[in-house]
Design a protein around this ligand. Structure first.
Ligand code: SAH
Length: 234
């Protein structure tokens, strides 16, 4: 009896140890791997950001055909010609916002809803604006499926921000703009931070961190990036 028991234990241990070789890791394990291989070595150290990235299932935000690649180190197509950013980019932009739980955050470019879901784990309320109605609807469903109820989505042109909910402590723009929309700077609160990719249409852009302190605007370039374009209704 004892022998059977110990053989069973050994068998289970062997199965568990070879399981990753056959790609049978659970989503939680794959997210841990994403943290260890893609995020932490590249300088993501903010605890809130890492915790949120470890918690949100990226596969729940991509089409069926993309689910096997959910934790790949790259952007993924989400339909309507749009993409969900690379996990590192989502984490980096989140970390740069230096969020406190009481902060009010505005995202421009809801896309799949993944970035908003990550933010929802850190702050009380996230406001997000998406210009393509079908994407806004899908994002809303993705969030509902995960019982995330602190994200509010507006369908419209994010160039105008979300006046009724302003000012915002943090603004994150996840589409590449040619210039910084002045309305967004207006809707940023004093002491607020905005992260926005800026540069020529379809070219390499710079990820800009803009801060506002006693009415003074300061801009710093963080890194070169590629993003789908920020579009206008007309
Ligand atoms: N943050 C998203 C990915 C964004 S992709 C995610 O986590 O999945 C960029 C998104 O910005 C696209 O969905 C695109 O439709 C949207 N977008 C582009 N221009 C916009 C505008 N003027 N206002 C609002 N959304 C815009």
């Amino acid at each position: 009896m004892k022998r059977i028991l110990s053989l069973t234990v050994i068998f289970i241990l062997i199965v568990l140890s070879v399981r990753p070789l056959f790609g049978q890791q659970t989503a939680t394990e794959r997210r841990q791997l994403m943290l260890r291989e893609q995020l932490i070595p590249r300088g993501i150290s903010d605890r809130g950001t890492l915790k949120a990235m470890a918690r949100i299932p990226r596969e729940a935000f991509v089409p069926q055909s993309q689910k096997p690649y959910a934790y790949d180190d790259r952007p993924l197509p989400i339909g309507d010609g749009q993409t969900i950013s690379q996990p590192f980019m989502v984490a980096f932009m989140t970390q740069e916002l230096r969020l406190k739980s009481t902060d009010k955050v505005l995202e421009i470019g809801t896309g799949s809803g993944y970035q908003a879901a990550v933010l929802s784990q850190i702050v009380d309320t996230v406001y997000t604006v998406e210009i393509i109605p079908s994407l806004a609807e899908r994002a809303s469903r993705h969030l509902q499926n995960l019982n995330i109820d602190n994200v509010q989505i507006l369908t419209g042109d994010g160039y105008f921000g979300w006046k009724e909910k302003s000012p915002f402590d943090a603004i994150i723009v996840t589409a590449g703009a040619e210039t910084i929309p002045p309305v967004l700077v207006e809707q940023l609160s004093d002491g607020g931070i905005m992260i926005i990719p800026v540069g020529p249409h379809r070219g390499v852009r710079q990820l800009i961190k803009l801060t506002k302190k006693r009415g003074k605007i300061k801009k710093t370039a963080l890194m070169d990036v590629r993003f789908v374009p920020f579009v206008r209704k007309d």
